[in-house]
Design a protein around this ligand. Structure first.
Ligand code: COA
Ligand code: AMP
Length: 634
């Protein structure tokens, strides 16, 4: 197999600035940069300093002006309602312009924040692009988060306007968004001026006079009036969006994405990493509330002039395990990007892949998997039944695009199962021990990236340079800490094994066990608690709670457990998926008081474990083993 990867990676290493300046030439700029990279700007340097651009212009207008006006830009396919809608680039522009005009009428200007709390409907994409058009900063909040999580994000990003919908649709369940939105707005200290509400026919809602506006009415009015809103030039270094992701506490981290570097990186990945040509159909089966949705449902495919698919549904049950193949056939999808958990769900329903040959997959070339570790079994099953390359790639909300991948666009490298392959240009990935020394190949350690991070990665956290520095840059000076543990082998392949912090990965969703512990501790009967992630064959990991009850509690534990599960659902949201809580007498701790979560996890996962030398009270681990066995765990 021959791949251009090694030459391209070497080219980047030789001249990173020249490399990214070349990539930037594929986009339109209102004003070119003074410096490709300025090491003295920002926390660790900034890309394309002095340049002016607009992301919406590059994702929409540019294509309308250069011959793609009639090409489909966006296909909305709802497997839940059975409805579909297509938008050409010209129609996408008309929708975005009208909404930008509505926002402008509400006083939204360059630099102002707009929260988007929406289900998977085309209006969510219009909303992101309308903000980009105005130079306003969007912050999309995933619909599976509860009111308190939304309130935290309102207080941190301080938006003028929130764009939301009356409801979301989960299989067999209508999720009323409006009560969650109202609660969040009430709970937040920051006062939002207006909420723009999309009324969905499945469940409409009451609008609050003076605060709420009807999305459809407002947009229709602007369209009828022939409103025109030009793309506002912004600095390449200005923020395009803030996306909150789980941190090590209940306080989420506001990952900032700039305009210029982000466009350059995403556009480059489409051809070179994903092997997709402009005009092809690209489908990321994720949610706009996650980074995968931002990068590969919305921005990258549109920047590249592709057709993107917005899918409302699940890989199974909407209506069956053939849904993905139906979408691929019907819309001529060239590449599908999803999380391994989706394939585990399909495999469980359809172990022999019987749905697959029922559909015409002739245009489908490649499957991309990311968001969690891709287990070799799942990859092999997909390869066997799809007879196409299955590409594992590793990245994070913080990076916005793959750190490592099998670069199929440059020529596929040999697959090593369990490895998301090799670092992409821009990333000098190394493995260090806890003292910051490089470890020999094959040795497990902290996976870090030598600074500067490439264009597109977070320059900082929203209004929190110091937190950014402390969380990511302080521990290994000169490097970005990924908080993943892993190995690099003699061929330069990476293996990502586990997080080094309290983040767990449930069905491809990133959650903080620390955040859940804060909720458990709120329950009046709980004296102490711990939450760990345990292995799950379907979702990769599931949270498991341990509580030590207050001395005087005599109520039945099953009742308390139900209350705790409900509390987590109410506070964090259904996506937290905490379903089991075990009552124990004491938490296992070191003599200095550190909870031995890693040992608890090994017990719950039935892995071999050693008695930690520093344990305070060894007997408790046997008690935990028994308590877990009683619950059928471990
Ligand atoms: N709004 C409201 N509730 C939501 C939601 C949303 N946008 N998204 C998920 N939820 C709810 C679900 O209904 C579920 O509620 P339940 O406990 O009442 O059943 C809960 O949150 C957990 O959701 P999820 O983790 O998605 O589990 P699931 O059982 O509904 O589906 C999979 C499991 C594997 C099919 C699904 O997670 C999946 O397709 N994952 C892969 C794709 C993906 O989204 N990856 C993310 C990043 S690439
Ligand atoms: P998120 O920010 O939600 O994208 O989650 C990022 C985390 O998911 C990473 O730090 C990894 O722990 C994990 N992850 C994502 N992709 C992969 C992959 N391909 N292999 C292993 N872990 C992954």
């Amino acid at each position: 197999m021959s791949s251009r990867y090694f030459d391209v990676y070497a080219e980047w290493k030789r001249d990173p600035e020249g490399f990214w300046a070349n990539a930037a030439a594929d986009l339109d700029w209102f004003k070119t940069w003074d410096k490709v990279f300025d090491p003295d700007a920002g926390v660790y340097g900034r890309w394309f300093v002095g340049a002016e651009c607009n992301t919406c212009y590059n994702a929409v207008d540019r294509h309308v002006e250069s011959g793609r006006a009639k090409q489909t830009a966006l296909i909305y396919d709802s497997a839940i309602t059975g409805s579909q809608q297509s938008f050409t680039y010209a129609e996408l522009k008309a929708q975005v312009v009208a909404l930008a005009s509505v926002l402008q009428n509400q006083g939204v200007r360059k630099g102002d924040r707009v929260i988007i709390y929406m289900p998977m409907v085309p209006e969510a994409v219009f909303a992101m692009l309308a903000c980009a058009r105005l130079g306003a900063v969007h912050s999309v909040v995933f619909g599976g988060f509860a009111a308190r999580e939304l309130a935290t994000r309102i207080d941190d990003s301080r938006p003028d306007v929130i764009i939301s919908a009356s409801c979301g649709l989960e299989p067999g369940r209508v999720v009323a968004y409006k009560p969650l939105l109202d609660d969040a707005v009430d709970m937040a200290k920051h006062k939002v001026r207006h909420c723009l509400i999309l009324q969905r026919p499945q469940q409409t809602c009451e609008l609050i006079e003076g605060r709420d506006l009807d999305y459809a009415d407002q947009v229709a009015r602007e369209r009828a009036a022939g409103a025109n809103v030009d793309c506002v030039p912004v600095a390449a270094t200005d923020p395009l969006y803030v996306l909150y992701t789980s941190g090590t506490t209940g306080q989420p981290k506001g990952v900032v994405r700039d305009n210029g570097g982000h466009m350059v990186m995403l556009k480059w990945t489409m051809q070179n990493e994903f092997g997709i040509a402009p005009g092809e159909v690209f489908w990321a089966a994720s949610d706009v509330g996650w980074v995968v949705g931002h990068s590969y449902i919305v921005y990258a495919p549109l920047l590249h002039g592709c057709t993107t698919i917005l899918f409302e549904g699940k890989p199974v049950g909407t209506p069956d395990a053939g849904t993905f193949w139906r979408v691929i056939e019907q819309h001529g999808v060239a590449a599908l990007f999803t999380a391994p958990t989706a394939f585990r769900a399909i495999r469980k329903e359809d172990p022999d892949g019987e749905f697959i040959p029922k559909y015409d997959l002739s245009k489908f070339r490649t499957l991309f998997l990311a968001g969690e570790r891709a287990d070799p079994d799942t990859i092999k099953w997909a390869e066997l039944h799809l007879k196409r390359p299955v590409i594992d790639h590793w990245w994070q909300t913080e990076t916005g695009a793959p750190i490592s991948q099998n670069p199929i666009g440059l020529g596929q490298l040999p697959v090593k199962y369990g490895s998301p392959c090799v670092p992409m240009p821009g990333y000098d990935v190394q493995v260090l021990d806890d003292a910051g020394h490089p470890v020999p190949n094959g040795t497990l350690g902290n996976v870090v990236v030598k600074l500067p991070l490439p264009p597109g990665c977070l320059p900082t956290l929203w209004n929190a340079d110091e937190r950014f520095y402390n969380a990511y840059l302080a521990e290994f000076p000169g490097y970005y800490k990924t908080a993943d543990a892993g190995v690099i082998d003699d061929d330069g392949y990476l293996f990502i094994m586990a997080r080094t912090d309290d983040i767990i990965n449930v069905a491809g969703h990133r959650l903080s066990t620390g955040g859940m512990e804060e909720v458990l501790a709120e329950h009046p009967d709980v004296a102490e608690c711990a939450v760990i992630g345990v292995a799950d064959v379907m979702k990769g990991q599931l949270p498991l709670g341990f509580v030590v009850l207050n001395g005087k509690v005599s109520r039945e534990f099953a009742v308390i457990e139900k209350e705790i599960v409900k509390l987590v659902r109410d506070r964090i949201g259904p996506v937290a998926a905490l379903k089991t809580v075990v009552s124990i007498k004491r938490l296992p701790k070191t003599r200095s008081g550190k909870i031995l979560r890693a040992t608890m996890q090994k017990i719950a996962d039935s892995e071999e474990w050693k008695m930690p030398a520093t344990i305070d009270d060894p007997v408790i681990l046997d008690e935990i083993t028994v308590a877990l066995k009683e619950r059928g765990i471990g």
